[in-house]
Write a protein that binds this ligand. Structure first.
Ligand SMILES: [Zn+2]
Ligand SMILES: [Zn+2]
Length: 790
């Protein structure tokens, strides 16, 4: 089968830029294609199996297919898989092209010369201020960035999905931004008001305030362990919150954006209280999903008014609540719609909004805005100052985002220099996708209506969901790793950060998997990155008495400098666009190039013959290690520091390398004395991982959730513990999974009903699943296959 030999690389051309897709996103899609073409061989485009391809040769040396037969075929295949993920691929891109990389990227003479010149520039003296001077305020002539991550709800211990979606992603970007020399303020805090807190307090026999104090500390310590470097981590239960929320309320009132209405509310007679939305569950009136929440449906994403739920249940006692009416205030969203749209058009076209954020926002506007109730019959909340509503508090969706402002106000009295300064400040909001509408529609409407020159979101960065071993995180079922447990695993926080960022749900949902975590730790961190950095340092120590040797750059080095420089540029371009996961791959590419360079040049042999080459190879390698330490800083701050300590790297290397489009300079020049070198990473052993998996309730990977044909990718996923490449081979080997495959093909040929075919395809998938199960049973994380350490 010739398909298997093609190294796939999908190039997606968008309106504004090109995205090179590698990694899981691609391999998943690619596997779908392989599967698809095996099932429906008549759909194979002829030149897929031909050795040469009609294509456009790009200056980069890569081939690009235009919207030709192959693209049409790809589009056809993608649309055939009706899953939302695939659909969004097509939805957001004008054209889908297949690109085949032929060997390595060609490097031009000019690139080599330029890279060599840059290298010789050395470090610039202007180093970044290492200590931040608080309070940080916007500065004239600087890029002023205000960065928030969604406020975690106080009474839940955050799980890994929460951590990657909000605080960790924001942390990586803020660390990166500071390296770039931006004047950046990163604020976050716990969202503390609402019934959930009241309820928790009742459960634990404490007051709501005590609950908030207790859990605020839990959150703080978790984020501290994950090295989330907030400028300020505050909370919403403050005087400032009351002051600012009430001010915004009165402004909205004065400007005529609040309307009064009577609402029907669900009340549980058994529990003797009105039920907040998150305490009601029922069937979604739009899509019939049985576990819809009182405010939103997790399946179709639509907002729900709790009384619209079919068969509502009190989540606490499972009784059916009754409907009672009460007078409330509403934010008049329809009246603000035009203003909102004008602003959205500007913000989404000039800022970096993730595709899902734009899409969710668009669908909201398309469905039409309705007035939204901003008050609630509760006690634990910011009091409504209006005399007619004095028994009520603000509803959390209205109150919580104001927390960003009040938390900043708790940080500095001059908070309005950040929040009422759209001319000078760029606002980045980080969140998971379920939070998008509140940040793109509802909260901006509150601020637009208040008319006080507020800073509105310029860049909205939303992740998809992170699953746990192909299921959902669930506190009640004890499934998944929660923030407070991560440190008990004995796995360093940097490794957690690395893996979560490596599988960051960027562009589509992804999954945390123990086996994959071990695999990535052992292959990427230990064998690739750690091995390279350690070898480079060890050569200096062993062969050159700890001093960086003289370097005499040959053509090979110049080429390497150009290649590394190019990877650095890609990293910067992606990071500037908050493509955190994609940028990480370029760090790993650099150490791969480095390992290859060492392997080819064998300095340990050349040193014996007294050759100067050994010194050059060692010196260039250790300088690449230094560059890697800087690039790693946003992802793995401790490892980054450790490398710089080991290399005794000058502080100014941090400020130099990420300037402009990327500046790979010789930071450790000949004669520089390095420190003590030691290994950076430890192997994760199979039994250790198995034990952790058991402990955290990772479901068996071969569960029954595979539903074909909507998600043929799942067929490969069932061999979760196995190397994906192996899974792909299995798939290909067993393409003729004989009788069932024939049957499907025959039905296709007869142009049978779609449903009939689907049912047979489903059976085929089931067969393949069993086969995969049989083959993958003894699967363990791939053994270390890396080069021998010298
Ligand atoms: Zn109840
Ligand atoms: Zn629904």
């Amino acid at each position: 089968m010739t398909l298997a030999r093609i190294e796939p690389c999908l190039f997606l051309i968008t309106k504004d830029n090109c995205h090179l897709y590698d990694s899981e996103a691609l391999s998943l899609l690619w596997r779908k294609f392989v599967y698809f073409f095996l099932t429906f061989p008549e759909k194979v485009v002829p030149f897929l199996s031909r050795p040469s391809f009609p294509a456009l040769l790009l200056p980069s040396g890569q081939h690009l297919f235009s919207s030709n037969a192959i693209c049409r075929s790809v589009l056809w295949v993608v649309s055939w898989f009706s899953s939302a993920a695939s659909a969004s691929f097509v939805d957001s891109w004008d054209c889908l092209c297949l690109l085949l990389e032929e060997g390595e990227r060609a490097v031009s003479e000019e690139e080599m010369e330029a890279a060599t010149l840059t290298w010789r520039k050395g470090l610039t003296s202007c180093s970044l201020a290492t200590e931040r001077q608080h309070p940080l305020l916007p500065e004239e002539g600087k890029r002023n960035i205000l960065l928030t991550s969604a406020l975690p709800y106080v009474n839940n211990v955050p799980h890994l999905g929460n951590i990657i979606g909000c605080v960790l992603s924001a942390d990586v970007f803020s660390r990166y931004g500071r390296l770039r020399g931006w004047n950046l303020l990163f604020v976050c805090g716990t969202d503390e008001y609402g019934t959930a807190t009241e309820n928790k307090a009742r459960e634990e026999g404490l007051t709501p305030q005590q609950i908030c104090d207790k859990y605020h500390a839990v959150h703080s310590s978790i984020y501290k362990w994950f090295q989330i470097d907030f400028d300020f981590f505050g909370r919403t239960t403050t005087e400032k919150q009351t002051e600012i929320a009430q001010d915004i309320f009165w402004r909205l009132h004065k400007n005529g954006f609040l309307v009064e209405d009577t609402v029907e509310q669900l009340r549980c007679e058994n529990c003797q209280r009105f039920l907040a939305d998150r305490f009601v569950e029922g069937t979604c009136p739009h899509c019939s999903y049985p576990e819809a929440r009182g405010d939103q449906c997790d399946k179709c994403g639509r907002l729900i008014n709790a009384v619209e739920l079919r068969e509502p249940q009190c989540k606490v006692c499972r009784q059916t609540p009754i409907i009672r009416s009460s007078k409330h205030l509403f934010l008049d969203l329809p009246k603000l719609e035009r203003q909102l749209e004008q602003w959205l058009e500007k913000s989404t076209s000039t800022g970096d909004w993730t595709a899902n954020a734009k899409q969710i926002t668009r669908s909201w506007i398309r469905d039409g805005l309705k007035p939204r109730c901003i008050t609630r019959d509760l006690q634990w909340g910011t009091p409504v100052p209006h005399p007619d509503f004095k028994e009520k508090v603000f509803y959390v969706w209205f109150d919580a985002p104001i927390g960003y402002l009040s938390i900043t106000a708790s940080y500095t009295n001059e908070w309005d220099k950040w929040w009422k300064n759209p001319q000078q400040v760029e606002l980045y909001n980080f969140m998971a996708k379920d939070n998008v509408p509140f940040h793109s529609v509802v909260f901006p409407c509150s601020l637009l209506g208040a008319q006080d020159n507020y800073t509105l979101v310029n860049h909205l960065v939303a992740t998809e969901y992170l699953n746990y071993e192909d299921t959902k995180f669930s506190k009640s079922r004890g499934v998944g790793v929660f923030g407070d447990m991560a440190k008990d695993t004995g796995i360093p926080s940097d490794v957690w950060r690395f893996y979560l960022l490596y599988v960051r749900p960027e562009g589509q949902d992804s999954a945390f998997s123990w086996a994959d975590m071990a695999l990535k730790n052992n292959s990427e961190l230990l064998n690739n990155l750690g091995n390279f950095i350690n070898r480079a340092g060890m050569f200096v120590t062993k062969f050159f008495e700890g001093c960086v040797p003289e370097m005499d750059l040959q053509r090979e080095e110049k080429k390497l400098l150009a290649v590394v420089g190019w990877e650095l540029q890609q990293y910067i371009q992606l990071m500037d666009k908050v493509r955190i996961r994609d940028a990480l791959k370029h760090i790993l590419n650099i150490s791969r190039h480095g390992n290859q360079y060492i392997q080819v040049n064998e300095p340990w042999k050349k040193i014996k013959g007294g050759e100067r080459r050994a010194g050059t190879v060692t010196g260039v390698s250790v300088n690449i290690a230094c560059l890697l330490s800087v690039m790693l800083f946003p992802y793995m701050p401790l490892v980054s520091q450790t490398i710089r300590d080991q290399l005794n790297a000058p502080q100014s290397c941090i400020g130099t390398m990420l300037q402009g489009t990327g500046t790979f300079v010789c930071a450790l020049s000949a004669g520089h004395r390095i420190g003590t070198v030691s290994p950076l990473f430890q192997k994760l052993e199979t039994d250790q991982i198995e034990a952790l998996k058991k402990r955290f309730g990772g479901q068996q990977v071969f569960d029954s959730s595979v539903s074909a044909p909507a998600a043929p990718g799942a067929e490969v996923k069932v061999v979760g513990g196995v190397d994906p490449e192996k899974a792909e081979h299995l798939l290909i080997q067993h393409q003729c999974l004989p009788p069932q495959g024939e049957k499907v093909r025959a039905l296709k040929a007869q142009k049978a009903e779609k449903d009939v075919i689907a049912a047979e395809v489903s059976k085929l998938l089931e067969l393949k699943k069993h086969l995969a199960l049989a083959e993958g049973k003894n699967a363990a994380p791939a053994p270390q296959t890396g080069k021998k350490k010298k």
